[in-house]
Design a protein around this ligand. Structure first.
Ligand SMILES: N[C@@H](CCC(=O)N[C@@H](CS)C(=O)NCC(=O)O)C(=O)O
Length: 217
């Protein structure tokens, strides 16, 4: 059974548990990181020297970096004949590169934009909030998300008509983006209708709701 270290409130852990359930892979998750701590314990650092979550152990194979974990789990499942894995992570080199492009874009563009806004609005006490910086961060996040909105024009999912690892990888920050309490800093995000439709579609999927759609904490 796959072991996963990481609290479920982490966007990077949510994508792994959502993927495991989508692929029907059995796993056991250990609350780690944030208020649970444990990431600086010697045993954890021996697995993941970054002191970050998630980390997995698949029958003795230790792996960190959430997108790499997603690709590994899909590759392994596909080799075992799991047809859901080949839909999520296509074998065709161009289709696969398209999926990987959006996964990398999520790490390189969305995560650095949304993470400070998420922390500022959800985890920083009100008296310590910097509304001017947060409004600028929220605007930057919306500018980045506008690229995703454009990609979703005429497409049900990021890379076409079915769910791929691109959606699994970006879906957790998609939930955060849609649910952040922008009113706390008097910020009104633009409509981004394609993004809204994509999010609504994901919300109609039981495994997304079970693993990702939760109160932001
Ligand atoms: N690029 C890494 C980022 C990992 C990361 O930043 N994880 C955050 C949670 S989303 C973390 O470990 N924060 C410290 C903590 O929760 O204790 C990945 O995708 O796995």
């Amino acid at each position: 059974m796959i072991k996963i270290w990481g609290r479920i409130t982490s966007s990077n852990v949510q994508k792994i548990t959502w993927l495991c359930e989508t692929l029907d892979l059995a796993f056991e998750r250990f609350d780690t990181g944030g208020a649970f701590g444990g990431t600086r314990d010697a045993a954890y650092l021996a697995m993941n020297p970054n002191a970050l979550i998630p980390t997995i152990d698949d029958d003795g194979f230790i792996l960190w970096e959430s997108n790499t974990i997603c690709r590994y789990l899909c590759n392994k499942a596909a080799l075992a004949g799991n047809s859901a894995a080949t839909l999520l992570y296509p074998g065709d080199v161009r289709a696969r590169a398209d999926v990987e492009r959006w996964m990398d874009w999520g790490s390189g563009a969305i995560a650095p934009a949304i993470t400070p806004v998420f922390y500022g609005l959800i985890r920083v006490p009100q008296e310590q909030r910097d509304p001017v910086a947060l409004r600028a961060g929220a605007q930057k996040t919306c500018d980045v998300m506008a690229t995703l909105d454009q990609q979703l024009e005429g497409r049900a999912f990021i890379c076409g008509d079915h769910l791929t690892l691109a959606d699994v990888s970006l879906g957790s920050n998609g939930h955060r983006f849609m649910q952040l309490p922008y009113g706390l800093i008097d910020f009104v995000p633009p409509a981004l209708p394609n993004l809204r439709r994509w999010y609504d579609t994901l919300c109609s999927m039981e495994l997304y709701r079970n693993n990702v759609v939760m109160t932001l904490t």
